[in-house]
Design a protein around this ligand. Structure first.
Ligand code: TRP
Length: 341
């Protein structure tokens, strides 16, 4: 797996113009440091390397979560500000909401005909989400969203999808859909590859995976005071001597890791520097490192938030670009299917 990832990275560096990267997020809330080190940083790197980057704000997919659907618009706007603050550049990357691109959504219908119900039922990520959802019954959208995601990727003929482990089954569905479509109707779609991130899993302030719903996440947009408060309340353990040992000491090691990423240092070194000074010193180090690291991003975000109409303009431009691409692909699909009346 690692050699495969490396060779893909080599190919990207050698010929960035060969790649169209499609990635995106469900607008569930403010992006946090886990998102930043897990994916955002990598997207900005790809954008800078000259790859054609397309970012989907999955505002239909998020309807699988009823709580979020109620405050969708402010959440989408906040997400765009987080993107801009982190360094995504709307002049170089296409940032769009998939609800605003009708031709993309129309692709879902022929795509649905290419997968069976048992295949949809077997998807481990969907199964997991259903098991953890607090809803009494499963919507049709929930079962079919991986096929919708295939349309997100294939409408622009994306051939590279940077993802975390949990999204691999969805890239597999996309590959299946592309292959079956091409077999049945002729070659229209690339069969995309997943680009697995190499970032370490970021732990929140309680030693479990950083996640908004667990209340352990440091939002990019949080204030320095909010950040300090969250870290002050973080879990540690009884051993005063600070070490980096993720297996035995997840809480302390999670904090060390956070400081290390923000300081761009080795976590063992960070732990050694604090040594016997204990948890209070560790928390001081983490707070300072995080706030210093995020300060320029927060300043940029505040400035963008002051610009009236900026977010709408970013989306108008991105949606127009995405619509042009989607119309072209749908036209090719119609030609391939012979449904050009
Ligand atoms: N399912 C992804 C998530 O929850 C978001 C997403 C939607 C996505 N469409 C996509 C990711 C296409 C990659 C490619 O994070």
């Amino acid at each position: 797996m690692i050699t495969q990832t490396l060779s893909l990275e080599d190919r990207i560096a050698a010929r960035p113009g060969d790649f169209r990267v499609l990635t995106g997020d469900r607008p569930t809330g403010p992006l946090h440091l886990g998102h930043y080190f897990g994916t955002l940083r990598n997207r900005v790197r790809l954008q800078q390397s000259g790859v054609d980057l397309v970012v989907v704000v999955a505002d239909y997919q998020v309807l699988t979560d009823r709580d979020v659907a109620e405050r969708l618009v402010p959440t989408v706007e906040g997400l765009i500000l987080d993107y801009l603050a982190a360094g995504l550049d709307p002049d170089r990357a296409t940032i769009f909401t998939h609800s605003a691109v009708p031709a993309l959504n129309q692709l879902v219908l022929p795509f649905l005909s290419l997968v069976s119900v048992p295949e949809l039922q077997r998807n481990p990520t969907v199964k997991d989400e259903i098991a953890h959802s607090r809803q009494s019954s499963v919507s049709g959208l929930m079962f079919t969203y991986p096929v919708h995601q295939a349309a997100d990727i294939l409408f622009c003929k994306g051939n590279l999808v940077p993802v975390g482990q949990d999204q691999l089954p969805h890239v597999e569905v996309t590959r299946t859909v592309a292959r079956r479509f091409n077999e049945r109707y002729g070659p229209v779609f690339p069969v995309p590859e997943a680009l697995l991130g190499t970032a370490p899993l970021l732990l929140g302030t309680d030693g479990t995976k950083m996640s908004k719903s667990r209340g352990n996440a440091i939002a990019l947009s949080a204030t320095a005071d909010e950040t300090a408060r969250l870290i002050r309340g973080a879990k540690t353990d009884a051993d005063r001597h600070i070490t980096f040992d993720p297996q035995a000491r997840p809480e302390v090691s999670g904090l060390v890791q956070l400081a290390a990423l923000c300081l761009d240092q080795d976590p063992h070194e960070v732990a050694a520097t604090i040594g016997a000074a204990g948890a209070a010193a560790l928390k001081r180090t983490v707070t300072e490192a995080v706030n210093e690291f995020l300060a320029p991003m927060r300043a940029r975000r505040a400035a963008y938030a002051q610009e009236p109409g900026l977010v709408r303009e970013v989306l108008r431009t991105g949606n127009a670009r995405a619509n042009a691409v989607a119309d072209q692909t749908l036209q090719e699909v119609r030609v391939a299917m012979g449904t050009l009346y």
